[in-house]
Design a protein around this ligand. Structure first.
Ligand SMILES: Cc1cc2nc3c(=O)[nH]c(=O)nc-3n(C[C@H](O)[C@H](O)[C@H](O)COP(=O)(O)OP(=O)(O)OC[C@H]3O[C@@H](n4cnc5c(N)ncnc54)[C@H](O)[C@@H]3O)c2cc1C
Length: 324
């Protein structure tokens, strides 16, 4: 069975994709089957002589790649990645931003066309051993279409494929990414905005604060390791902006819910109908949401997103694993 397959966002086209073996046999047509397989191996060049039937393998001329369900959903109308594209990023700057943070600036062919809103992120396809990848999501701290630059600020929390890649990234390094991703961005109908986050939520919080319309009222409760990791927004048109820093300074560890929960319980909320954006460790997001609900906020006033889970790596798609 022969098909052409093109990837408009990368300008790539595969002249001959040939299904050399059937998958689970429940579907017909190579691309329908592609979705049914957990993982599909795509092999370059001539098929090995010993390929038999029943192998879930595809032949693609010219290019060697491993694909997965997420990659196949990119740009597909009606799907979760309908508005996202695949970008071939190249690092153009990388360095320490503060004791716990590294800033990486990337560019890509066509990146000037990235349509992203403050608070959205890129899903980096971090290479693992062999041809495997694991996805790790990092918020777009700044996007400059004219300069063709995307900035991500990453908290170097310890060990993990994302942190390892970011820690070693240097000028000229390349990585693929899918984006923009993420649904949480500024609510234009809110009378006031409350941002609650740990260091992983800080880049998105700052990007959203910088995008607030003139006259806004905003409060941010941000937890970081210490004063040297505090970052101010580069500019803000908000009339009233209260930025509260919760420095651990050795008194607590990342993911400890107490500092943010106490801050949320005690913060003075402005009058009117506001919106709260929460980005932090999974248990902290849950606790903050509960505290806000107890304070009388309605569920549709709270946009919470778990960015990581204490003691467990994020799943392959880049988000925390569900609790068992
Ligand atoms: C939508 C979204 C946007 C995000 N934006 C940013 C961003 O802009 N900047 C940023 O730094 N992070 C951001 N994150 C969080 C980041 O993706 C996670 O921290 C991720 O777990 C890092 O991957 P890893 O491979 O380094 O570690 P993993 O393999 O996921 O985890 C390895 C170990 O490290 C622990 N761990 C993970 N993160 C932390 C942490 N922050 N502190 C302490 N321990 C940790 C885990 O519990 C696990 O034990 C975002 C996450 C999401 C979902």
């Amino acid at each position: 069975m022969e098909r052409r397959r093109s990837f408009p966002e990368t300008g790539t086209s595969f002249p001959a994709v040939r299904v050399v073996a059937r998958g689970d046999g429940t579907t017909s047509g190579p691309f329908a089957r592609l979705q049914n397989l957990a993982r599909v191996r795509v092999v370059v060049g001539d098929p090995p002589r010993d390929w038999g039937t029943g192998r879930q393998e595809f032949l693609v001329n010219q290019q060697h790649m491993a694909t997965d369900r997420l990659l196949d959903m990119v740009g597909r109308p009606g799907g979760p990645l309908a508005d996202a594209a695949l970008w071939h990023l190249e690092v153009i700057e990388a360095g320490a931003l503060s004791p716990s943070f590294r800033r990486v600036v990337v560019t890509a062919p066509g990146i000037e066309g990235l349509q992203c809103a403050p608070g959205q992120d890129l899903m980096l396809r971090v290479p693992l051993a062999g041809d495997k990848v694991v996805n790790r999501r990092y918020t777009i701290r700044n996007f400059d279409a004219a300069e063709r630059k995307v900035v991500v600020d990453v908290s170097l929390h310890g060990k993990g494929p994302g942190t390892d890649w970011i820690s070693a990234a240097g000028t000229g390094d390349r990585i693929d990414a899918i984006g923009p991703r993420g649904k949480i961005t500024l609510r234009s109908d809110a009378d006031w905005h409350l941002f609650v986050g740990d260091e992983t939520g800080m880049p998105g919080t700052l990007a959203m604060i910088e995008a607030l319309p003139a006259g806004s009222t905003a409060i941010a409760l941000l937890e970081v390791d210490g004063p040297a990791d505090e970052q101010e927004p580069e500019a803000s048109r908000a009339d009233r902006l209260n930025l509260h820093w919760l420095d651990r300074s050795g008194r607590s560890v990342p993911g400890d819910p107490d500092p943010l929960l106490e801050a949320v319980a005690g913060v003075d909320l402005p009058t009117g109908v506001g919106h709260v954006y929460v980005a932090a460790e999974a248990g902290v997001v849950r606790g903050v949401t509960r505290t806000l609900t107890e304070r009388g906020l309605q569920p549709d006033q709270i946009s919470g997103k778990a960015y990581w889970r204490r003691g467990l790596p994020n799943a392959e798609h880049g988000e925390p694993t569900k609790e068992s």
